[in-house]
Design a protein around this ligand. Sequence first.
Ligand SMILES: [Zn+2]
Ligand SMILES: [Zn+2]
Length: 442
Amino acid sequence: MPTNEELKALVCQAIDQRAREITGIAQHILENPEPGFKEHKTSRFVQEQFDKLGLPHKDDLALTGVKAWAEAGSRGPTVAVIGELDSMIVPGHVKAVPGTGAAHACGHHAQIAMMLGAAIGLTQSGVLRHLAGRLVFFAVPAEELIEVESRDGLRREGKIEFIGGKPELVRLGQFDDVDMAMMTHTTSSPEDRKIALSGTNNGLVVKRIQYIGRAAHAGGAPHLGINALNAATLGIQAIHALRETFRDGDTVRVHPIITRGGDAVSVVPADVRMETFVRARTTNAVLEWDRKVDRALRAGAMAVGAKVRITTIPGYLPLNNNQAMAAMYRVNGVGVVGEANIGPIAHRTSSTDMGDISQIMPAIQPYAGGATGTAHGTDFLVEDYDLAVITPAKVMAMTVIDLLAGGAAKAKEIIGTTKLPYTKDAYLKLVRSFAREEEWEE
Ligand SMILES: [Zn+2]
Ligand SMILES: [Zn+2]
């Protein structure tokens, strides 16, 4: 029986042999960015890659998701290696698609390639027969919470229930056969060094807000109108007035945008629309600020006599990285990049639907470097594909070996000892309870 180190060497060798092909996958996806739930070309491309590897796969899960699997030599738990299919929308980005502005400004193109790189390493190196359990390679849609209005439309049409890919896949039962999950996100922050192991991330709810006033001639008869834009700006100011009461430990983030500000400059705005997230470190803090933000939004309507419609949509739960899995990932990361290149564990105030997965099974989302610029900015680019793709592919594949070698003893131990906040049913009940619609007028 080969040792774990021997198995890891075989896997890394298989990845190295096909390194150019694997980084080429990332570069191909970079040139063909598609935002969430619309990743049709990317999804087909991933299907082709799984076909080349001879892996069976299920397609069009939560519209565009692709899930492949491979059986190890004996029975055991299922470990999923995840990559996210979707791009951002950043019109000024150097790789943005003219017109739509779709661009990989968050590094998800590297994620799909590293997931496929891990699949190549684990399934083409001959190590599978020495492992116990099942591997799932999962290309998942729609991690970026953008295009809220059109996704809310899909939700109202019944095409999706949740506006993020992973919650939607959980609802559809596509994580029912997965016992633990991992992915690696790209980072451009120098303080993250080459590999960083995040501890926790903020959770969030999403709000669509519509202020309804009354149109009138803006010059001739503004006294006959009700200015919905003034109501909206007062609502935003009321949120600002609450900021001094945010507790530091809750890491609250509320960042509204106006998506429709008026229809013609000579008309008193009667239909003004906004979107915001309400983020915080714990689910309780998200719910506390969810209510307070609504109160502030009502105040804007109250002041000018407008009406406000607030639609609250479940977003993502906070991410809790499984520390036993993170420790394994760290050791393997040290093996590839060295101790000095491992970044610190910290709380992050951004959010991810990997958070939802981490509430129902042991899960991790560490970070790998190789990118420069600002995440979600016009200048975010992967510069070092070896670090951004090949390194995390190896580290994830090696972590899978640690979990599933020796009769999957480590995986079983982690599954047996991790106390999870929710079962799938309790999770779904909780996130469904966040959804509501309110129309308020004094
Ligand atoms: Zn992002
Ligand atoms: Zn991302």
